[in-house]
Design a protein around this ligand. Structure first.
Ligand code: BGC
Length: 741
C-alpha cells in the first residue's frame, strides 16, 4: 500500500504536474527529445516550426522554387511539407532531411485528406447524414491507408466546425449543425485516421480544425467576423474539439476568424488557457495558411515581427506556409521579447509526434514507390466508397415513384450532372474524376433492360438559349425523367460562400420545361450544402439528395434508385425555405413571444418560421411507426438513470433502416436553454412488419451544460422533456423531474 502510494506520487511529480508532458504517451521520448533540442541551433529549431509548400503545390512546381526548397531542407530550415507531390518527391525530400542535414530530423508530409485520398468518399457533410460512425471510421481509415502509402504522415483534417449557416461554403467539410452528432463523427474520423497506434504505418496524424468558431462567420461569408458569447462557445463550438482531444488527436489548427475581437491565431485566452491548460491539449498547434501575417490586416499586429511574437506567445507551434517565424524568431529571442523556452516547448511538441509516428525509426514508413498502385483505388476501397455513398444519401420526398418500378422502360436523364464525372466535390485530395462513375454509367449498369437517354444540358452559368425543344422531346419520350441538377463543385468549400441558395444558373428553367411534359420526375441533387428547393418539393415526385457522392457516385445512386439499397440518411443540417431564415437550426432558444396567431409574436409576415426540411429528416422506401414513450420512472437524481423506451415498427414493404432520435429539453435554467437538444440515437434495421423496442438511458451527465453565470458546467434540478422520433420536428414527448440532493 505504502509502495503504491509512493509510486503514484513519483509518477505525478515526473509527469502529471508538468504541463509540457504528453498525457497519453507520457515521457516515452523525453530523453531523445531533450538531447536533440540541446544539440539544435535556434535556426534548426525554427526550421521545425516552419511548414512550407511542396512541389505538388501549384505555387511551387518544378522550377526555381522547388530547387530553393531543397536547399532549405538540407540546411535544416523546414520541419514539414504541405502538398509534397508524388511518392518519389516524398522519398527524395525525406532523404535530404535525414541524410543531408546535421541532425537528420525527418520531415512531416502534410495534405488535406478530407474525404478520401485517391478513392474518394462522399463529402463529410454527406457522410454525417449516415449517422453511422462505424462507416465514417472505416472511410477515413481507407483514406489514411491510401495517403500513408503516398508518404503522407500528417493530415489537415477532420474539420469540426459546427455551422448553422448554409451560405458558408465550408459546411461541406463538416458534420452539420449539431454539437453532439458532430462530436461522435469527430471521434470516428480521428479513430479512422490515427488508428490505435501512430506507429502503424497505415495511420496519419489527424488535425482538428479550425479552432474555433469558424462556422459562425457573419453572413456566412468566409473569413468574416465571428461574434458569440461563452455560452455558445462552450455548448456549441467546443464539444467536437473536446471529443478530438479525448481521442488524442495529434494536432489542432487555428481558424482564420476573430473571437471576442481577437484573431484566434494570437488568442492567448483560447489557445493557452482553454486549449492547453483547461483541455490539457499537448499536441501540435498549427496556424492556418498564412494566418500569422494576417494579424496585420486584422489590425491586431503592427508588423510581422509583432505577429510572430503574438502567435508564439499563444503557443502556435507551426506556421503554415508563410515565413514570419523564419524571419523574426531569432531577433525576438535575441531582444528578449520572447523566451527561447517557448521555442523549445514548441519544438518538443513537434518532435514528440515525429517520434510517435516512428519517423526516427523509419522515416519512409509505408511509402514505398511502386506499392501505392496496389493500395489505392482497390476493389475493396471502391466497394467501401459505394457503401458510404449509399448510406449518405437522403430521400427528401417520395410520392411512391421510387424505387424505380419494373414497368419503367425508358429513363431520360437531364441536367448538367447527367453524365458528369465531376462528382467528387472539392477537397478531394488526389481523387481523379477519370475514375469516377457518372450517373448515366451507373444507370446503364444497373438497368440493363432499360433505355437510358440523356441530355447533359447546360453550362451552369451560360445564359445562351437552352435546347428547349430537345429537352421537351426527351422528357416526352420517357417513362420517367431524372433531373440531375445541383451546384458545380467550385460553389462549395473554402472561399465559396453564397448569398443565394437556389440551384444555380439555368437549371430551374430546365426543371420547368421538364415539368411541363407531365412525366414522373425525380430530382437527383448534387451539392455541398442545404439549398432552397421549395419549388421542387411542390412540383416533382421524388427528391434524392446525393451530395457530392465520390468516386462510386453513379453506381451508388443507381443502386438506391433501383431499391437495392433503401435510403436511410437523415439531414444533419436544416434546409431553409428562404435565405432570409438563416441562421436556422433546430436547437434554438424559445422567445418570450413564440410564433402564434398574434401579430406581435416572433415570426415572419411572408413565410412560416419552420424549415423546408428539419434537422434529422429523411425518408425511406418503407415507413416506420413510433409508439408513445414510456419512462421507467419520472424522477431522476444525480447518480441514477431513467430508461426511455419506444416501439418502432416497419409498416412498409421494404426492409429498411431507421435513425431513432432522442432529444431533451431543460425547461428552466440559470440561463435559457434550447427548445431541444439531440442526446442520443440508434440506427436500427427492420424487416416489413417487424418491430423493435428501442431504449435510451438518461442520466444526469447528459443534462449538464456550460453556464456563463456559474462559469462552469452546471446541473440543475427541475423539469425536463424527453422527446423521441424520426426527426427533430416529429417527436413524442414525456417529462421527468431532476432532483439534486
Ligand atoms: C484551409 C485549411 C487547409 C489549408 C491547407 C487553408 O486555406 O483553411 O483548412 O488545411 O488551407 O490546405
Amino acid at each position: 500500500m505504502r509502495l503504491a502510494f509512493w509510486i503514484v506520487i513519483l509518477c505525478w511529480i515526473l509527469f502529471g504536474c508538468n504541463p509540457e508532458v504528453n498525457r497519453k504517451s507520457v515521457g516515452s521520448y523525453n530523453h531523445q527529445i531533450d538531447s536533440l533540442i540541446q544539440e539544435m541551433t535556434l535556426y534548426e529549431k525554427v526550421g521545425q516550426m516552419y511548414q512550407c509548400l511542396g512541389r505538388g503545390h501549384a505555387r511551387v512546381g518544378d522550377g526555381q522554387k522547388a530547387r530553393d526548397l531543397i536547399e532549405l531542407v538540407k540546411a535544416g530550415g523546414v520541419g514539414s511539407i504541405l502538398v509534397p507531390g508524388e511518392v518519389d518527391d516524398v522519398e527524395e525530400m525525406q532523404r535530404f532531411a535525414v541524410e543531408e542535414t546535421r541532425l537528420g530530423v525527418p520531415l512531416f508530409f502534410n495534405y488535406d485528406v478530407i474525404h478520401g485520398f485517391k478513392t474518394i468518399f462522399p463529402i463529410p457533410l454527406a457522410m454525417s447524414c449516415s449517422w453511422d460512425t462505424a462507416m465514417v471510421r472505416q472511410s477515413h481509415a481507407v483514406a489514411a491507408l491510401e495517403a500513408a502509402s503516398a508518404g503522407i504522415s500528417y493530415n489537415h483534417g477532420p474539420m469540426l466546425d459546427v455551422s448553422r449557416d448554409p451560405r458558408w461554403g465550408r459546411v461541406m467539410e463538416g458534420n452539420g449543425e449539431d454539437p453532439y452528432l458532430s462530436s461522435l463523427m469527430t471521434r470516428a474520423a480521428i479513430q479512422g485516421f490515427q488508428g490505435n497506434n501512430l506507429k502503424d504505418p497505415a495511420t496519419i496524424i489527424a488535425c482538428a480544425k479550425h479552432f474555433i468558431g469558424y462556422g459562425a462567420v457573419e453572413g456566412g461569408r468566409d473569413y468574416n467576423t465571428v461574434d458569440f458569447g461563452n455560452e455558445t462557445l462552450y455548448n456549441i463550438h467546443l464539444p467536437p474539439f473536446i471529443a478530438a482531444i479525448e481521442e488524442n488527436v495529434g494536432s489542432v489548427m487555428t481558424s482564420f476568424n476573430v473571437v471576442e475581437s481577437v484573431p484566434t491565431v494570437a488568442h492567448q485566452k483560447l489557445l493557452k488557457n482553454l486549449l492547453r491548460n483547461d483541455l490539457a491539449f499537448d499536441g501540435i498547434v498549427i496556424s492556418d495558411f498564412g494566418s500569422v501575417g494576417e494579424l496585420i490586416k486584422h489590425g491586431y499586429a503592427m508588423d510581422n515581427s509583432q505577429a510572430t511574437s503574438q502567435a508564439i506567445s499563444a503557443t502556435v507551434d507551426i506556421e503554415m506556409q508563410s515565413r514570419n517565424y523564419h524571419q523574426h524568431i531569432k531577433q525576438l529571442v535575441e531582444k528578449g521579447v520572447i523566451d527561447e523556452v517557448l521555442i523549445d516547448s514548441a519544438v518538443r511538441r513537434i518532435l514528440q509526434k515525429k517520434f510517435e509516428l516512428g519517423l526516427f525509426d523509419n522515416p519512409y514508413r509505408f511509402s514505398t514507390p511502386g506499392k501505392i498502385q496496389n493500395i489505392t483505388l482497390s476493389h475493396s476501397h471502391r466497394k467501401k466508397a459505394k457503401e458510404s455513398a449509399m448510406r449518405s444519401m437522403v430521400l427528401l420526398k417520395n410520392n411512391g415513384l421510387l424505387p424505380i418500378k419494373e414497368e419503367v422502360k425508358k429513363i431520360a436523364v437531364i441536367g448538367p450532372f447527367a453524365n458528369s464525372k465531376d462528382i467528387l466535390g472539392r477537397w478531394s485530395a488526389k481523387g481523379d474524376t477519370i475514375y469516377a462513375v457518372s450517373l448515366v454509367d451507373g444507370l446503364k449498369d444497373q438497368f440493363p433492360g432499360c433505355e437510358i437517354n440523356f441530355l447533359d444540358v447546360g453550362d451552369f452559368w451560360d445564359d445562351k438559349q437552352l435546347p428547349e425543344n430537345r429537352i421537351k422531346r426527351l422528357a416526352n419520350s420517357a417513362d420517367l425523367v431524372l433531373l440531375a441538377l445541383g451546384e458545380p463543385k467550385e460553389m462549395s468549400a473554402e472561399a465559396a460562400s453564397r448569398a443565394n441558395l437556389t440551384i444555380p444558373g439555368n437549371q430551374d428553367r430546365i426543371a420547368e420545361i421538364v415539368q411541363q411534359a407531365g412525366k414522373p420526375i425525380a430530382l437527383v441533387l448534387f451539392n455541398g450544402r442545404p439549398l432552397t428547393i421549395g419549388w421542387y418539393q411542390d412540383h416533382v415526385d421524388a427528391i434524392l439528395e446525393v451530395w457530392y457522392p465520390g468516386t462510386e457516385g453513379g453506381n451508388a445512386i443507381a443502386q438506391v434508385l433501383a431499391g437495392e439499397y433503401n435510403p436511410s440518411g437523415k439531414l444533419t443540417m436544416t434546409f431553409p425555405r428562404a435565405v432570409g431564415q438563416i441562421p436556422i437550426y433546430y436547437n434554438h432558444y424559445n422567445t418570450g413571444r413564440p410564433a402564434s396567431s398574434s401579430s406581435y409574436s416572433s415570426k415572419y409576415i411572408d413565410i412560416t418560421n419552420g424549415p423546408l426540411y428539419p434537422f434529422g429528416f429523411g425518408l425511406s422506401y418503407s415507413s416506420f411507426e413510433y409508439s408513445d414513450i414510456s419512462l421507467t420512472k419520472n424522477e431522476l437524481n444525480s447518480s441514477d438513470e431513467i430508461t426511455a423506451t419506444v416501439n418502432v415498427m416497419n409498416t412498409g414493404d421494404y426492409v429498411g433502416e431507421e435513425v431513432v432520435q432522442l432529444y431533451i429539453r431543460d425547461h428552466v435554467g440559470e440561463i435559457v436553454r434550447p427548445v431541444k437538444e439531440l442526446k442520443g440515437f440508434r440506427k436500427v434495421s427492420l424487416n416489413p412488419s417487424e418491430s423493435k423496442e428501442i431504449s435510451f438511458k438518461i442520466n444526469s451527465e447528459m443534462l449538464k451544460y456550460w453556464s456563463p453565470v456559474s462559469k462552469d458546467y452546471v446541473l440543475e434540478s427541475g423539469t425536463f422533456s424527453v422527446m423521441i422520433g424520426p426527426n427533430s420536428s416529429q417527436l413524442a414527448n414525456q417529462t421527468f423531474e431532476l432532483t439534486l440532493k
